[in-house]
Ligand binder design. Sequence first.
Ligand code: HEC
Ligand code: CU
Length: 344
Amino acid sequence: MAHITGLDMHSILADTLFFPPERSTFAGDVDGLFNFIYYLCLFFFVLIIAAMTYFAIKYCARPGHSEKPSPSHNESLEITWSVIPSILVGVIFFYGFTGYLNMREAPEDAYEIQVYAKKWQWSFKYPNGAETTELHLPAGKPVKFLEQSADVLHSFYIPAFRIKMDCVPGRYTSTWAIPNATTGSGISIDGHQPYHLFCAEYCGQQHSQMRALVYVHEPAEFEAWAEKEANFLETKPPAEAGAILFQRKGCVQCHSVTGDRSTKYLGPPLNGQWGTERDVIPRGSSTPEKVMMDENYVRESIRQPMAKIVQGRKPGMTVFTPSLLNDKQITAIIAYLKSLKDEK
Ligand code: HEC
Ligand SMILES: [Cu+2]
């Protein structure tokens, strides 16, 4: 077995048993208080169990000893067991409350990212219009997350930053952090993997899949990334841009592009469909009609998914209004679906 030093062992335990390494300026305070409470509990647990065991053995009923009446009251003991816990609770409250206040109010110049939670995907919108499903952040700068939920309660949780905030339908919530270490972009460059972002509020069937990766860049690198990301519709060929949108807008959650028809996809596979005919039931009618998968049918499927349902299929597709997906973006998705024509 490889030799493990005390420090390595500590970080292995810290990684697996408790939290991942501290990667925001809050993390030290949170862990400090967490450890204080943890070791305090451990100390009193051991003390109380040991005293209890000792007394149970020492004063066990035995022949030749009769029980004495117990004292009704002991002032110094009572003062001790009131004052010491009050001080401890006061210390916990002080650090808990000041830490909480600190985490509630983002600095005014914070970089603001809008976080959208929906079953079962995260998406992030940056001030320059870029949108991603993985979170990218500049290192060393305060970042404010303004959270919204499209459906049910979700919770935005980045363990490495020690921040968590519920995403509530019909209400904005926010949290913030200063990431203090960069990550590699995929493969670890400086020893840091991207961090995890989880949904920490049970939100239905695929709750456990509601995850994202968090990449932290040097500020200059971050700016270049955000610039390129915002313009991908212009800078990439339509089919490639469409593939990105298909991923980002959540189409992948419900449609495979590999022919996979398993029930984890609510909708049908979309590869090899371009130009093929299907029997659909138009809304409000019961007579099937033939429709070809072309530009207008795809556009209608996105804008008004209920207008035509393929015979034998259940509806269930999200409505994408122009603010969720504009015409330019739909055109790119169409180019992507066309490019999947011959795949099987
Ligand atoms: C919540 C799940 C869900 C999401 C998200 C979703 N779809 Fe659908 N989609 C469905 C279902 C279910 C159907 C089948 C209903 C029907 O036949 O109209 C469907 C049907 C379609 C059809 C018609 C397929 C056919 O064979 O006639 C197209 C095209 C389509 N979706 C494209 C998209 C695109 C593009 C996106 C992303 C912008 C998307 N869908 C997002 C569930 C979804
Ligand atoms: Cu969730």
